[in-house]
Design a protein around this ligand. Structure first.
Ligand code: ZN
Length: 422
């Protein structure tokens, strides 16, 4: 018998479901998103309906049910099933949003506002922008500048379920399930191949989309502007945080570095200096993007980033996210690569009263800053490399050897220090 296109109806339904999630926009009103979620859950359920129809002989049926049971007996897929039943028989998806606003104040203590948006008490992004601007005009119009970020999380009514994250998990499981069916019943027709390729790229978009739930804002001269961010993904799933990998036998495991945080900082710096050199030979003004290396207590590590943005709020938000990772995981040290403008023979008070974008015009140069924040240490350690001396081996050797000790309160990484020592 011919099994060609056996999985095609399921591919089409899966594509429909993904296409709906790809179009979700957290900046819209809740009532605009609910019908999209309802339609998504319904199309996800339709995948198994059409498969039951395709796998219609006794042998096919047994095979299908075996594969289905392998992927569907778990809490994520149960949540999908229950949600879909509620949506179709009881009520539309009970969507709520958590709104978090973080202010990055000059002393770098971060102030967050948390509120819950419901369908009866809802803002779209334009409403939010306007009310934030009114708030800043009232309270911060005398400040030189204010950096802030907003972050939106989709939640289920009354429950602390991160809806988007569980949807991503469900999509992953459904994708593995369909891939297994395809590997047993392949079809190379144009229609099936085209759908499979489109599904792959939609899943990538959906993984990246979560990053658009945050916005970085900047306020000065009674103007509120929205920045944009640039990401480079080190993780194939397009997450900013890479999966934890063992330190042992990794590139960080040299010269006894695993037993000494300072040596870890030296290795971290050295690798990035080599990278900066390669970049500069290709483009004379290229700069490294900020990145974080997180060292967990169980001797594994993850990268976070690289990330940069058109305003400095993006960098402060990254620091704030690192603090959240520290709160939720057993972290023993964080290494940070950032850039710092430096000012020689300048009036510091005058500089402090200037806006960031004006201040950097006065800068004497840019340093690459490698910082270590360790649970064991009362200082933040720095290795500083001036881009002007990037190809000067003697200078590099000396600066990697002579690590500077800084007062945590004066350092950009102070929130990370606080999170590690709390
Ligand atoms: Zn086909």
């Amino acid at each position: 018998m011919c099994n060609e296109c056996l999985v095609y109806p399921a591919l089409q339904k899966f594509y429909n479901a993904l296409d709906i999630i790809d179009k979700i926009d957290c900046k819209k009103y809740i009532f605009e998103t609910i019908p999209q979620l309802d339609a998504f859950f319904s199309e996800m359920r339709n995948i198994t309906f059409v498969l039951q129809k395709s796998f219609n002989t006794p042998e096919l049926k047994i095979d299908y049910e075996q594969i289905r049971d392998k992927f569907f007996n778990n809490s994520t897929m149960n949540w999908f099933k229950n949600t879909r039943n509620e949506i179709s028989k009881q009520h539309p998806f009970k969507l709520e949003k958590a709104l978090e606003i973080e202010y990055y104040l000059p002393n770098f203590s971060i102030k967050a506002t948390n509120s819950r948006l419901t369908i009866d008490n809802d803002y779209n992004f334009l409403d939010l922008y306007q009310s934030l601007k009114n708030f800043l005009d009232t309270h911060y119009s005398n400040s030189v500048e204010v950096f802030l970020s907003t972050n939106i999380t989709f939640l289920e009514n009354g429950e602390e379920v991160n809806v988007y994250s569980i949807i991503r998990d469900g999509i992953d499981i459904m994708n593995s399930f369909i891939q297994e069916l395809i590997s047993k019943y392949p079809c190379n027709c144009v229609k099936c191949m085209r759908l499979q390729n489109s599904i792959k790229s939609l899943i990538e978009n959906i993984n990246i989309k979560q990053l658009t739930f945050s916005s970085d804002l900047y306020y000065a001269d009674k103007e509120l502007s929205i920045g944009s961010e640039i990401y480079t993904f080190l993780d194939p799933k397009h997450s900013l945080l890479t999966p934890a990998m063992p330190l042992k036998n990794s590139i960080w495991d040299m010269n006894n570095s695993l037993n000494c945080d300072l040596n870890l900082l030296r290795v971290f710096s050295y690798h990035h200096i080599v990278l900066a050199r390669i970049q500069r030979t290709q483009s004379s003004d290229s700069e490294l993007m900020p990145v974080f290396l997180i060292i967990y207590k169980n001797n594994t590590y993850s990268f976070y980033g690289p990330i940069t943005g058109t305003n400095k709020s993006t960098f402060y938000r990254a620091i704030s996210n690192i603090c959240k990772i520290i709160t939720n995981n057993q972290v023993k040290a964080v290494l940070m690569l950032s850039e710092a403008y430096f000012y020689k023979d300048k009036d510091l008070t005058k500089l402090q009263n200037m806006k960031y974008k004006d201040r950097i015009k006065e800068a004497s140069g840019v340093n690459i800053l490698f910082s270590l924040v360790s649970k064991q240490m009362k200082k933040i350690c720095n290795i500083t490399i001036d881009y002007e001396n990037l190809f000067n081996d003697e200078y590099i050797y000396k600066n990697i050897k002579d690590i500077e000790m800084c007062n945590p309160e004066d350092h950009t990484a102070y929130p990370i220090f606080q999170a590690l020592h709390s």
